[in-house]
Design a protein around this ligand. Structure first.
Ligand SMILES: [Zn+2]
Length: 163
């Protein structure tokens, strides 16, 4: 088995909506980024790359590369997921935390879970989305940006197929 963790932050700026876990969520501000700024999918990419020992999202998709300007992060995640499968692993489970004061995550939680499951081609029960505020403290508490963390467990493809 392999374990990985990922963390990402993007800063508020411009107009909403914000893309979170591949779902557009209404917000009075957008997120500034070279890509679509999806902190959740970026944290998942980093967790997966960490688990298979293949660097990080900045190495795979440099923000100096015009090809990734405004990129759909679902496509970036799909590419990383392909590398995970090529390395001989499949998902055990994926646990995500979104840290922000706004927007409210709860109404979108199931849609986000379904979207991530769809991108990875896995059961929704393998994926969990949690959200927390920081009680007004720090940069997320001041609504300067959104942070996300992801933890992933990968299992060899053969082992789970025999269960
Ligand atoms: Zn990012």
């Amino acid at each position: 088995m392999r374990i990985g963790q990922g963390f990402d932050v993007h800063k508020f700026g411009g107009e909403g909506p914000v893309m979170l876990a591949g779902v557009p969520v209404d917000c009075d501000q957008g997120l500034l980024a070279h890509s679509d700024g999806d902190v959740v999918l970026h944290a998942i990419c980093d967790a997966l790359l960490g688990a298979i020992g293949q660097g990080d999202i900045g190495v795979w998709f440099p923000d100096t590369d015009a090809e990734f300007a405004g990129a759909d992060s679902a496509k970036l995640l799909a590419k990383v997921w392909q590398a995970v499968k090529s390395a001989g692993y499949q998902l055990g489970n994926l646990d995500i935390t979104i840290i922000c004061q706004k927007p409210k995550i709860n109404p979108h939680r199931e849609a986000m879970r379904a979207r991530v499951a769809d991108i990875l081609g896995v059961q929704q029960t393998s994926i969990n989305i949690k959200a927390t505020t920081t009680e007004g403290l720090g940069f997320t508490g001041r609504s300067e940006g959104i942070a996300s963390m992801a933890a992933v467990l990968l299992v060899p493809i053969n082992e789970t197929n025999t269960k």
